[in-house]
Design a protein around this ligand. Structure first.
Ligand SMILES: Cc1ncc(COP(=O)(O)O)c(C=O)c1O
Length: 432
């Protein structure tokens, strides 16, 4: 049971301190109790906790989202990622007049009934392919394909022409462990959707303001029709959002005819925390490549075969010799070894995420009392076992390299500087 958190660490009720790799499943990109976020929440709470109306903080957070995320012209705030994906799918169905949704095996999009089909995250960890209580009629509307498999997507569309409202996808899969998209995967999805009249829906609940400030879509250059956000944009308070082109978003009530509402949506505390988080992010140094390098060095020192898949600040050490390309490969990694790593790191005061859930990293120092033995500190290893090898060509980069570009060695100082440069470029775009 956790009593408190500060920066990169949490303390349990018995006073034991842990390095926190989980970060509340992702929102705490700045770490626990970041002073700017605490101050923003305190200030907002002193002026009233809910109005059921727009606030200045809400309007300013919306402006930051619209400025940063290339495909979003209009955004609607809700209270969770689940609400965001669920509501956006309703909009996709209304806009296309179709019922079916295509999702990818191992991708998790929240716990709405129709999306709890071959989901990753806790569902995969518990080896529950579906949840009891989901009506078969809902699940039937959901079609499945393996991640990174365009031929399978083509086959699904061929079997259901003109029936699919949208393709929902984690643009960097995170809920089966980090699995970056294969080159050309999203260009292919975009083309298939356009040909069939389906909408492309990026679930950037994890990747928004992580893979790059403007989300994976900014890094990829492929624009979806709909985007879901959550986690980071609430700075640790309950939030979700969905957005897209104005013409599409204006189908939502009260302007349009598609109903969705929420008593606490746009809550001023969450809006203030999100605004403070995004402002701090724009001004922050980059640290993610250092953690990846530390894990690689630790694995090599331990003689362990580990591939570290990383995209921006999401990261998974896979106990296999190359990073996986899909759910089947992710599940084929040495999970017994991962379990030993997990337990060993937990004993040493870390809280690594349970596979296949992704690790998410916060920009807070993970060094306690000058101890550099933690993988993030670049020293010794908890990785017991095998040789660090090359990983997926995309996974080492903070954002995606230009097509044909030589990727710097994963975790190298050169790679770290690419990541830093890309963040600076992002910052310039955002300030434009
Ligand atoms: C990609 C993705 N989408 C949606 C969700 C659901 O978000 P929430 O837990 O805020 O409902 C999650 C949660 O982890 C997620 O990882």
């Amino acid at each position: 049971m956790i009593a408190s958190g500060r920066g990169a660490t949490v303390t349990d009720v018995d006073g034991r301190e842990y390095v926190d790799y989980g970060c509340s499943y992702g929102p705490l990109i700045l770490g626990h109790a970041h002073p700017a976020v605490v101050e923003a929440v305190r200030d907002a709470a002193g002026r009233g906790t809910s109005f059921g109306a727009l606030t200045e903080a809400g309007a300013e957070l919306a402006e930051r989202v619209v400025d940063a995320v290339p495909s979003i012209e209009m955004v609607r705030f809700v209270n969770s990622g689940t609400e965001a994906t669920m509501s956006a799918i309703r909009l996709a169905r209304a806009a296309t007049g179709r019922d079916r949704v295509l999702k990818f095996e191992g991708c998790y999009h929240g716990h709405a009934d129709g999306l709890l089909v071959a989901a990753g995250s806790g569902v995969a960890t518990l080896a529950l392919p579906d949840s009891p209580g989901v009506p078969a009629a809902y699940a039937e509307q959901t079609l499945l394909a393996p991640y990174n498999d365009l031929a399978a997507v083509e086959a699904v569309f061929a079997a259901h022409p003109g029936e699919i409202a949208c393709v929902i996808v984690e643009p960097i899969a995170g809920n089966m462990g980090v699995v970056p998209p294969a080159p050309g995967f999203f260009e292919g999805l975009r083309e298939i959707c356009d040909r069939d009249g389906a909408l492309l829906f990026f679930d950037e609940v994890i990747t928004g303001f992580r893979a790059a400030y403007g989300g994976t879509q900014q890094a990829l250059g492929v624009l979806p029709d709909l985007t879901a956000l959550g986690k980071v944009i609430g700075g640790g308070l309950p939030v979700g959002a969905y957005g897209g082109p104005r013409a599409l978003m204006e189908r939502m009530a009260p302007v349009g005819d598609v109903y969705q509402a929420g008593t606490l949506s746009g809550n001023p505390l969450a809006m203030a925390a999100g605004r403070a988080t995004l402002d701090a992010l724009r001004a922050h140094e980059c640290a993610y490549a250092r953690l990846e390098r530390g894990l690689r060095e630790a694995a090599a020192a331990a003689g362990a075969t580990v591939s570290v898949a990383r995209a921006g600040s999401t990261l998974t050490p896979f106990f296999r010799d190359a990073a996986p390309r899909d759910y089947a490969e992710a599940r084929g990694s040495d999970t017994a070894r991962f379990a030993r790593f997990h337990c060993s790191d937990a004993r040493r005061g870390g809280t690594p995420p349970a596979e296949p859930v992704r690790g998410v990293v916060r920009l807070a120092r993970a060094r306690r009392g000058g101890d550099r033995s933690h993988p993030g500190g670049g020293g010794g290893s908890a990785a017991g076992g095998l040789t660090a090898r090359a990983t997926h060509p995309l996974s080492g980069a903070g954002v995606f390299p230009a097509p044909g570009a030589r990727a710097p060695a994963p975790g190298s100082p050169e790679e770290e500087s690419v990541h830093c440069r890309s963040r600076r470029a992002t910052r310039i775009l955002v300030q434009r």
